[in-house]
Design a protein around this ligand. Structure first.
Ligand SMILES: [Zn+2]
Length: 496
């Protein structure tokens, strides 16, 4: 009898242990019900998020778009996806973007659309050097239309008065090395009447090993400069060395540029989607990502934009199918044209600081550690914007890092993460500003391919995507559902 009892107890214990979720070393509920936590982690997909990344990278998403621009086409795509999920609200708000309109002291970019662009060497050899349809960043964003053939003048780095001394560049094409196409364009074209610029890469040492990488250079003309603005092409290091070799031998170079593009009165669309809270819908948690950037811009920031789609999709699925309850507070998802569009949005929604408890900005969340020489990074909110948000996110980073969480086609690296103090660079800056009043942190990764033609989808790791969206989702939900008991947990985190 005793033996049988023991056998049954053992069997019962085994079944009981097996009924525990596979995930998780955290044994008690902390901020979030452990069972719900595992359901959420289980349903979020880094593979699916990467699929959204690949779709978004098809668009050249330069902010200050407008009708006919690739940016607005991408907004249409994301909006269409979101409408499939039956979210409580999906709204697209458009803000004037013509180089003149100003939002909270930030000037809007000029609207830009492009159909094609090619750069040829005509003399001493005939060769197609750049083609927008092959490598989008080889055409500098905000290039104006042009059909120009002229002699090419080499001006060194082309950034200072001295570089142009004794050189007449009016009516000529200017070639410079050393990056910063916007500055070269301003000096050569706007100030000195050149027809256009060809610019080699900056001298970043960590990029010496990628001779075919092309850096992104925005021309960014103001409204006043709009009519004077011409075109710009960006070269790789190898192309730059080849072109410079003719000047080293004193051989005359002629080039021809055909650019079918225009600067116009555009607009910046902001997509806002909502999962409404059931108890305190007037209180919000903001999750944001900038949708804009050059093509492909896989990690920066198709990854954040795609992650946001994946989070909204998964949460709505879990709510609709009864896996989790609707959160107590509202979750607002924002796809923003970084900085400029964010200022336009905040200028319109000045009450956001009263409604929103905290913000999470996801910018570059899918980096393959090995390929991108990278790690998972949390940038805290500034001291001028005190909040528990950084501590809550830090807690969930540690939870996720303790779980063997790998995607089928993802990398099997262990999670490598760091927490850093406040620094700028993206939209958490605007939200955290005390005059706006939404304490916001940023989740991202450093990346050697940032703002280059090499920021391609193969650098996006589904495992890291899954970890990132899991940290964001759990943190946002924990705050959205925080009650008196969680106040004790949060106080513990903050004081630790
Ligand atoms: Zn970014």
């Amino acid at each position: 009898m005793m033996k049988r009892y023991k056998f049954f107890s053992f069997t019962f214990l085994l079944i009981f242990m097996m009924s525990f979720p596979v995930f998780g070393q955290i044994q008690r509920d902390f901020l979030i019900d452990v069972e719900k936590q595992n359901v959420i982690i289980n349903h979020l997909s880094g593979e699916r998020a990467k699929d959204y990344v690949m779709r978004i990278t098809r668009f050249n998403r330069i902010r200050g778009g407008g009708e006919g621009s690739d940016y607005n086409a991408c907004v249409d795509y994301v909006e269409k996806e979101l409408r499939k999920f039956m979210l409580d609200e999906v709204v697209v708000e458009k803000f004037r973007s013509d180089g003149f309109a100003e939002y909270l002291t930030w000037k809007s970019p000029v609207g830009w659309r492009v159909r094609s662009a090619k750069l040829y060497m005509v003399e001493p050899v005939k060769r197609l050097i750049c083609d927008y349809s092959r490598v989008a960043v080889s055409l500098m964003p905000y290039s104006n239309k042009g059909n120009d053939e002229a002699e090419v003048i080499f001006v060194g780095e082309g950034k200072t008065e001295r570089d142009y001394f004794g050189k007449d560049v009016k009516g000529k094409i200017v070639f410079a090395t050393g990056g910063n196409g916007a500055l070269v364009h301003r000096e050569a074209v706007i100030k000195r009447g050149a027809l256009g610029v060809i610019v080699g890469p900056s001298n970043r040492r960590d990029r010496y090993q990628y001779p075919d990488l092309v850096e992104m250079n925005r021309l960014s003309p103001t409204g006043e400069e709009r009519n004077k603005a011409k075109w710009g092409f960006a070269l790789s290091y190898r192309q730059t060395q080849w072109l410079k070799s003719f000047f080293d031998k004193n051989i005359k170079v002629r080039a021809k540029a055909i650019v079918d593009a225009e600067l116009f009165d555009g607009n910046m669309p902001v997509i806002s989607a909502v999962i409404r809270g059931k108890k305190n819908p007037e209180q919000e948690i903001i999750i944001m990502a900038h949708l804009d950037h050059y093509k492909p811009g896989a990690n920066d920031n198709a990854s954040g934009s795609a992650g946001l789609i994946e989070i909204a999709r998964t949460l709505m699925y879990l709510i609709k199918n009864g896996f989790i309850d609707r959160p107590n507070r509202t979750l607002r998802f924002l796809w923003l044209p970084e900085m400029h569009g964010t200022m336009a949005y905040l200028n319109k929604h000045k009450d956001i600081g009263k409604r929103a408890l905290a913000g999470i900005n996801i910018d570059m969340i899918g980096e393959d550690y090995g390929k991108c020489i990278s790690f998972f990074s949390v940038t805290h909110q500034p001291f001028s914007s005190p909040s528990f948000i950084g501590d809550v996110v830090k807690h969930f980073v540690e939870v996720i890092s303790n779980i063997d969480l790998f995607e089928q086609r993802g990398k099997k690296y262990l999670m490598n993460y760091r927490f850093t103090g406040y620094s700028g660079g993206s939209d958490h800056v605007m939200f955290s500003d005390p005059t706006i009043g939404v304490p916001s942190i940023m989740i991202g990764h450093p990346d050697v391919f940032h703002h280059t033609s090499y920021d391609t989808p193969d650098k996006v790791d589904p495992t890291e995507m899954k970890r990132s969206v899991a940290v964001v989702t759990l943190s946002a939900l924990a705050i959205a559902n925080a009650d008196n008991c969680s106040a004790y947990d949060i106080a513990n985190l903050v004081s630790y």
